[in-house]
Design a protein around this ligand. Structure first.
Ligand code: MRU
Length: 381
């Protein structure tokens, strides 16, 4: 494949500040076409997230961060002097909160969406009482924060890759589900980060990708990006993974996640829990790769994770030349399921690998994070 056409050379989501736009790869067109699109309005950003043109928990968070910055920046302020701080800040705040609520409504399960918006809000509100600031300075501070969210995502994924790599050995067969790859993040992915780092270091992994019904993220995105990186990739339908594991060709399963509860229950793409059950039966360790931005310590168990329900047509019609189900048939189409924590061998974070009991180990991961924040954030420089 020519370098300029290699999907790995494109940014999943990029801030074009001078054009007041976010540039994304339209992932609904992959692998057939690499098309970059610009998002400039709130509706365009909302739609891109809802329609899965940009998807995957961390990439959704990065896009939302860019989005809330651009939408706040767009507010025109007259007489932008420190003397008018309170009046002008109130104008900005009303718009910030309105757009935050709107963007936050685009998808319910991936907590990175609200995590990024809350982080931006925290920074924004921290400037409310600082009457030395103009609104241009407030906007610039938001700019730095959304870029920090993006930059940290690269470092977080790389660290997850390093920890994940300690769990496997050269020549292993690794199975993954959905797309928790570079296309779901900025670089490396989460579940794929050990695969990318292993590839750089000559580990010679054999990668198996579940195609991932109904939206085929495994076939269209994961198989595409990993093959583009030159890895040995085999695609299989979701219902083939149990027989694959029984055959002994898989030494570990790595999946991403959209939200992890405090007890380690992990929501990820529908079909993940079935994979975990089969992995347990065939004694294959099942690992969830989770940036701390995806861990929601406010939820005690996975029961509380909101699960997105999507349109029936994704199951009955999509990808087929003609409808493949009876008219008016009832359809069950949740986009995610929750894997019970006792099926998970480890949760790989940027601060190490949490093991059961997760309520305890995840708490320690967050203590570690508190002590050693990643340095890209302007809050920490
Ligand atoms: O519906 P999607 O494509 O956004 O679902 C994505 C997943 O389930 C990923 O596995 C998850 O977001 C982790 S991405 C690193």
């Amino acid at each position: 494949m020519e370098e300029k056409n290699n999907i790995l050379n494109y940014e999943t989501a990029e801030l074009l500040d001078d054009q007041n736009a976010i540039r994304i790869i339209d992932q609904t067109l992959l692998p057939g076409e690499i098309r970059l699109i610009l998002l400039t309005t709130a509706k365009e950003i909302w739609d891109a997230i809802y329609l899965l043109q940009v998807r995957g928990a961390p990439a959704i968070g990065v896009t939302a961060g860019f989005g809330i910055y651009l939408l706040t920046k767009a507010v025109r302020i007259v007489d932008d002097t420190p003397e008018n701080h309170d009046r002008n800040f109130a104008i900005l705040e009303a718009e910030f909160e309105r757009q935050k609520a709107y963007l936050n409504s685009s998808r319910p399960t991936a907590v990175n969406l609200s995590w990024a918006l809350n982080r931006m809000e925290q920074v924004f509100l921290s400037m409310k009482e600082d009457r030395t600031l103009t609104m241009a300075e407030v906007k610039e501070r938001l700019h730095r924060e959304c870029v920090a969210i993006r930059d940290e995502d690269v470092e977080v994924s790389r660290r997850i890759g390093e920890y994940g790599l300690t769990l496997v050995k050269p020549g292993d067969g690794l199975l993954t589900h959905c797309n928790a790859g570079q296309l779901a993040t900025i670089k490396y992915g989460t579940a794929t980060a050990p695969m990318y780092l292993g590839q750089e270091r000559g580990y010679g992994f054999h990668i198996f990708c579940d195609e991932t019904r109904p939206l085929l993220q495994g076939a269209r995105l994961t198989a595409f990006e990993l093959a583009s990186a030159g890895m040995d990739v085999t695609l299989e339908c979701d219902n083939m993974s149990a027989s694959l594991m029984k055959s002994g060709r898989v030494q570990a399963v790595f999946v991403g996640c959209d939200r992890v509860a405090a007890n380690g229950d992990a929501a990820n793409k529908i079909g993940t829990s079935l994979l975990a059950l089969a992995a347990q039966r065939y004694h294959v360790p099942f690992y969830v790769c989770a940036p701390t931005s995806t861990i929601d310590m406010s939820l005690a168990t996975g029961e509380e994770i909101p699960i997105e329900q999507r349109k029936p047509e994704e199951v009955t019609d999509m990808w087929y030349e003609k409808r493949m189900a009876p008219e008016n048939i009832k359809v069950y189409n949740p986009a995610f399921d929750v894997t019970d924590n006792d099926l998970i061998a480890g949760i790989v974070t940027e601060y190490g690998i949490a093991r059961a009991p997760y309520t305890e180990s995840l708490r320690k991961i967050f203590e570690e994070k508190q002590k050693h924040p990643i340095q890209n954030s302007p809050q920490n420089v």
